[in-house]
Unconditional design. Structure first.
Length: 376
């Protein structure tokens, strides 16, 4: 542990900043007027978190600590400091302009985090990650990777069929969906009678080498099909857990038109277990990238454009709700026609609909997570 410290009265209020990494965190401390008091490195372990907290307290009364990456590398430290009664705020990394003029190092980033927390420029409350929403988020990670893996395997399987030998391609080209996958999983390639010696001692010998291109293609198709089946089983198992958790955690949200388990899970993961950190529906819309962005200049007045920032996964969830309602909900269709009559473009209409849906979603989440007795 390397420490650089300057003397300072113990009783003064101080602010801390932490630049987080996978194996160590660099902490810095400043006084109430922004003077640098010292910085140090600590391991990313439970003992390291306690040591960091104690080191900050040695410089004075810790009023606030700014932490970069509270949802990734700084998640463990954030939990430890919060349990210890420290006010933690989430800090964005310094912008490129500041780094270009001030330079880049871990202590500089830690001091910048401390100044952002002390000045109030960084005021975001980290997610608590201690309830059902965190369970949902973790399960969604596994489901998302399984869905992507299955999609890749299906694409590869269909690509192999397109270049397969004619007799095999003619056998499979009219099939699709589950029937195609099941048929491919049942393919058995022809192998030679002589066993193939393994290239490494730890591998088992194969019953024989593949004889021709048809046999190799059948082997590939069968492998991909079995992979698709495994991913499908994983997805089904995870969805059973997610259905129960999401329905228990956010019944009001799930009951909304166009909201299912997948969309509700994403919106809950965006908000976190402590939705009270998001004060208004406008703040939630901004978090989801659904807040209108002014685009006024010169003679062009009262114009707004789509927001390209925020959580893009949450923005995608709002988009899917809007598309579902545009297709099946008469009220949404009437609203679209009204906006068309006012001269709004399709992009403007989508922005307006997503903003309205964000307001509705925010109210549902507040009912479910903040005041659940209201929904009973």
């Amino acid at each position: 542990m390397s420490i650089v410290t300057h003397p300072n009265p113990i009783d003064n209020p101080v602010a801390g900043g932490v630049d987080t990494h996978a194996d160590f965190h660099v902490a810095a401390v400043i006084d109430h007027v922004g003077r640098e008091l010292g910085h140090a490195s600590f391991p990313t372990t439970t003992a390291g978190y306690l040591e960091l907290h104690s080191w900050l307290a040695e410089h004075g009364t810790v009023t606030v600590v700014g932490v970069e990456g509270t949802g990734v590398y700084g998640a463990g430290l954030t939990r430890s400091l919060t349990v210890g009664g420290v006010h933690v705020v989430e800090v964005d990394r310094p912008d490129r302009k500041a780094r270009r003029f001030d330079g880049k190092s871990d202590p500089l980033d830690a001091y910048a985090a401390a100044r952002a927390a002390l000045s109030g420029r960084a005021s975001g409350t980290p997610k608590s990650r201690d309830g059902n929403v965190e369970l949902i988020r973790v399960l969604r990670v596994a489901r998302s990777s399984a869905v992507k893996g299955r999609a890749v395997a299906i694409t590869q399987l269909k690509a192999v069929i397109k270049t397969a030998p004619d007799d095999l391609r003619d056998q499979l080209r009219t099939l699709d969906g589950a029937t195609l996958v099941t048929c491919c999983a049942g393919l058995r390639p022809v192998r030679s009678d002589a066993p193939t010696p393994p290239p490494h001692a730890k591998r088992k010998p194969r019953p024989g080498r593949l004889t021709d291109i048809t046999a190799a293609t059948k082997c590939t198709l069968a492998t991909l099909a079995r992979r698709i089946h495994r991913f499908t089983e994983e997805i089904a198992d995870l969805e059973v857990d997610l259905d129960g958790l999401v329905a228990e955690t956010a019944p009001t949200l799930v009951a909304m038109f166009g909201v299912g388990t997948d969309i509700a899970g994403q919106l809950l993961a965006t908000v976190g277990d402590n939705p009270d950190r998001i004060a208004t529906s406008a703040a939630f819309a901004h978090l989801c990238g659904a807040a209108p962005i002014p685009a006024t200049s010169g003679r062009t007045q009262n114009r707004h454009r789509l927001n390209q920032g925020g959580d893009r996964h949450a923005n995608c969830a709002l988009y899917r709700i809007a598309m579902s309602r545009l297709r099946y909900d008469q009220r949404t269709q009437d609203r679209r026609d009204e906006l068309h009559a006012l001269g709004k473009t399709n992009k403007d209409i989508m922005r307006i609909l997503k903003r309205a849906i964000a307001r509705e979603v925010y109210q549902a989440i507040k009912i479910d997570l903040v005041n659940p007795e209201i929904g009973t």
